[in-house]
Design a protein around this ligand. Structure first.
Ligand SMILES: *[C@@H]1O[C@H](CO)[C@@H](O)[C@H](O)[C@H]1NC(C)=O
Length: 588
């Protein structure tokens, strides 16, 4: 399939809003007796970093006799994730046992020997696919010592395939027959296939990857329970503080109104009500702010959609479908970005709306593409299969220009016209009020730094699972229900914490709450990034320039996106709160 057709295909599917174009036509997963079953060889890479991958045949493995059809990337996301498939050349036919068969052999010349020694010593792991089943095998047994003289390689591939009716429902793979790596010997490679009848239902065939021992279930429940208690506690605390304080404040203010002017001048006038003429003053840097908020809305919706699709559709069963869904949903939700960001900008009286719209539409795509390009350069230098093909880059650029941009434009125009009238409950004074001196812990910067601690605390155990599944297991084979719960908990905690922060800030008569609330919530991502350092040094065994840039590059991207999302949630919640309390203020 040429790149152009793929782009067209993608655009067509975007326009009809179908999520199912990821299904390859190569398989409908139904086989007739003796029908050929393709064993796809995918990638090989170090055990310590499952994201660093090279094409399987970059190692001097040899192919079987079967005709050589190269795999062209089926979907955009497969290409983006560096999933490279090539035919193994092994003859496998549905329900036909293959006894021990030698399919090829290689001579261990100096080059081949060196390549295999390196792979074995770095504990290289390869991945294969049979009918979408991911299978993993090690190149050689874990080395006992670093000595080149004492390394072994597995030469036998054993497939135990379970079938139910005319579908494949279970595959076990074993690498066997180790041979000592020595110069100038002949290494034969062999395979065998055994078919077994199985009772597993086709729909449940991936459940074995979700085994409880794969991800410790109990810790998961425990963490959710913990976070949940925290949420209840926080929500209770916030509502209690606010109810009591606000009631007291209102009582004080209404008492004030009964006093005469002299008394009022002498009275202790302080607190949030004093800044009513400034709270709704447009933020500094309105373009950046509204672009961030617009993107934040979009990211929130995309994450929510992807999790829900994953729960409903078991997305992990199809290669690369999560990324595809994310890209499609992102493109499709662009109007949300334009509507919210553009509307907010108009309410703040902004006039340079085209710049705002462009920034809003391009902020996240630029961030993502920038990181990807940078890492791509390094990947190309290392010849990793991670290097993104040129065609895919063109496709992504096309989506940005021809789908995301116009949709954002539509959203912005709608937002400016439907939601663009200023509607602040208090009038803004012409002259800004000076911000009084206050205690150090009431400074916006301190509030911002402290604001992220609790939200981070509510997700950091889930963070461990997400990072582990991504960097160690490569696929997030975990119950997405957990993710959804944690996501909702994160949203609630973020909103509660930001509201409390803002209340203190306004009480200190500092009216710069918009940026403060955004950044206080967004600082969660700073803690996530710090945590990723801890994870890198203590939980992974990654090394080298490629792995390090890859890890920290994508973690930075992840953290930034999370930050934009949390910031927006925090700002939106606080905005609601601020409007609520000031809508009762009577202006004299
Ligand atoms: C694969 O291994 C599991 C666990 O050892 C076993 O229960 C299952 O029957 C095996 N499947 C096949 C097709 O051999």
């Amino acid at each position: 399939m040429s790149n152009l057709t793929r782009i067209c295909q993608l655009l067509i599917f975007l326009s009809i809003g179908s999520l199912h174009f990821v299904k390859s036509d190569e398989h409908n997963h139904v086989y007739e007796d003796n029908e050929q079953v393709v064993v796809w060889m995918s990638t090989v890479g170090p055990y310590s970093n499952r994201q660093e991958t090279y094409s399987y045949f970059s190692l001097p493995f040899c192919k079987g006799l079967k005709r050589d059809i190269n795999h062209y990337h089926e979907t955009l996301s497969e290409a983006l994730q560096g999933i490279e498939l090539s035919v193994s050349g092994l003859e496998v036919h549905f329900k036909e046992n293959v006894p021990f068969t030698e399919f090829c052999g290689i001579e261990l010349n100096e080059y081949n020997l060196k390549a295999f020694l390196f792979a074995v010593k770095s504990q290289y792991l390869y991945q294969m696919y049979i009918d979408n089943f991911p299978l993993w095998g090690v190149v050689g047994p874990p080395p006992d010592d670093k000595d080149d003289k004492n390394q072994y390689i597995y030469t036998h591939k054993k497939f135990d395939i379970g079938y139910n009716g005319n579908q494949i429902v279970d595959v076990n793979f074993t690498a066997d027959n180790k041979i000592k790596l020595e110069p100038n010997i002949h290494v034969p490679f062999s395979y065998e296939v055994n078919w077994y009848k199985s009772d597993i239902k086709f729909d449940d065939r991936f459940d074995k990857y979700l085994l409880p021992n794969f991800f410790q279930h109990r810790i998961h429940w425990f963490s959710i329970f913990n976070s949940f208690m925290m949420v209840i506690f926080l929500v209770g605390l916030v509502s209690m503080i606010l109810m009591r304080t606000l009631r007291k404040d209102y009582a004080r203010y209404s008492r004030d109104e009964e006093m005469d002017d002299i008394e009022r001048d002498l009275g202790d006038e302080y607190g949030w009500k004093q800044v009513h003429g400034d709270v709704f003053r447009p933020v500094s840097q309105p373009i950046l702010f509204t672009a961030l908020v617009g993107s934040g809305y979009q990211v929130t919706i995309v994450i929510l959609c992807v999790i829900i699709f994953a729960i409903l559709g078991e997305l992990y069963t199809e290669r690369g479908s999560i990324l595809t869904t994310a890209i499609l949903t992102y493109a499709a939700t662009s109007p949300v970005n334009g509507y919210t960001g553009g509307g907010l900008y108009a309410r703040m009286g902004g006039r340079i709306w085209i710049t705002q719209m462009l920034l809003s539409a391009s902020m996240l795509p630029l961030m993502v593409c920038g990181t990807a390009f940078f890492i791509n350069f390094i990947a190309m230098y290392y010849h990793a299969s991670r290097a993104i093909p040129f065609g895919s880059m063109v496709a992504v650029t096309c989506i940005c220009i021809f789908v995301i941009l116009p949709l954002t434009l539509v959203g912005t125009i709608l937002g400016r016209n439907l939601a663009g009238t200023p509607d602040a409950p208090c009038r803004v004074n012409a002259v800004p009020r000076p911000i009084p001196e206050k205690k150090w812990f009431m400074e916006p910067l301190v509030i911002i730094i402290l604001g992220g601690i609790l939200p981070f605390g509510s997700i950091f155990i889930e963070m461990y699972f997400i990072l582990t599944s991504f960097w160690v297991y490569k696929i997030y084979y975990v119950y997405y229900g957990f993710m959804l719960l944690v996501f909702i908990i994160l949203l609630v905690v973020t909103v509660c914490v930001t509201i409390v922060c803002t209340y203190f800030l306004l009480n200190a008569e500092d009216y710069r709450w918009q940026w403060t609330s955004f950044l206080a919530a967004g600082s969660t991502s700073g803690y996530v990034y710090l945590y990723s350092f801890y994870y890198f040094f203590f939980k992974t065994k990654m090394y080298g320039l490629f792995q390090t840039t890859f890890y920290f590059g994508y973690m930075a991207l992840f953290s930034l996106t999370l930050g934009i999302m949390c910031g927006t949630i925090g700002y939106v919640g606080t905005n609601y709160f601020v409007r609520k309390i000031y809508s009762t203020v009577k202006i004299d």
